[in-house]
Design a protein around this ligand. Structure first.
Ligand code: MN
Length: 249
């Protein structure tokens, strides 16, 4: 093999190909050692740790929401769907500005929303965030009465807690195709909004209080096409008003 221009070019390209992943790794490892281990989240912060965005633990066991949501549904929904979004995100952001120190899912969502060339990163970051938020929106033996401060705000905006639940159920059942129903704080008022696919009220300047997932994967194993039955059972028996109250700003 002689030292032709082509061979030198090939060698240079090959060396770069070997070096680049190491450079990316070194850059990623640098400066983030003081980050907390694992992602943290009250309602709105998931920070990347040194290695990757983490799949947050489920706040209860997989069978804790039965009989409204089966362990089988949670097993797939958390273990395959939610984990899939986190894994995809980690692959997509490798070596990009979105894997830098102190980067959060919220920053990724805000910076990529509406950008066609960043759609895959937005979708996986938003779905990673939405699901972490959704698990906390549910609790075994939920439903019943919201805490006093939240109840007062609900009554100011909807009249009654029942009216708020009805609006949430209507949003969840009328969302065409995949998406989410949300109770949000928008300025002084509480509102119900629905979003499609991975979209989130955060990028529209609203503060989410709780979320209901109405992608078919959230209920199909247990309810097949009966989305309304699923949503009404969730609102009556699982909705975590305490979590919603904690998210008030
Ligand atoms: Mn889901």
């Amino acid at each position: 093999m002689g030292y032709s221009i082509n061979n030198i070019k090939k060698t240079a390209v090959l060396s770069l190909a070997i070096l680049l992943p190491w450079l990316a790794y070194a850059e990623q490892s640098h400066g983030v050692t003081d980050e907390k281990e694992g992602g943290t989240m009250k309602s709105d912060t998931i920070t990347r740790n040194a290695a990757a965005y983490a799949l947050p633990p489920l706040p209860y066991t997989e069978n804790a929401l039965e009989p409204v949501i089966s362990a089988k549904t949670i097993g797939f929904h958390y273990g395959k769907h939610h984990k899939g979004y986190v894994d995809n995100l980690n692959k997509l952001v490798e070596g990009t500005v979105f894997s830098g120190p102190g980067m959060t899912l919220e920053k990724i969502m805000t910076e990529t929303a509406g950008k066609a060339d960043k759609a895959a990163i937005f979708n996986n970051a938003a779905q990673a965030w939405n699901h972490a938020f959704y698990w906390k929106s549910l609790v075994p033996n939920g439903g019943s009465e919201p805490p006093a401060e939240l109840k007062k705000k609900i009554e100011a905006s909807f009249g009654t807690v029942e009216a708020c639940k009805k609006e949430l159920a209507d949003a969840a059942t009328s969302q065409f195709g995949s998406g989410w129903a949300w109770l949000v704080q928008d300025g002084a008022a509480l509102k119900v909004v629905k979003t499609s696919n991975a979209d989130t009220p955060i990028t529209k300047g609203m503060n989410p209080l709780l979320a209901i997932d109405v992608w078919e994967h959230a209920y199909y194993l247990d309810y097949q096409n009966r989305r309304a039955d699923h949503v009404n059972s969730v609102l009556d028996k699982l909705i975590n008003w305490k979590f919603a109250a904690d998210n008030l700003k």
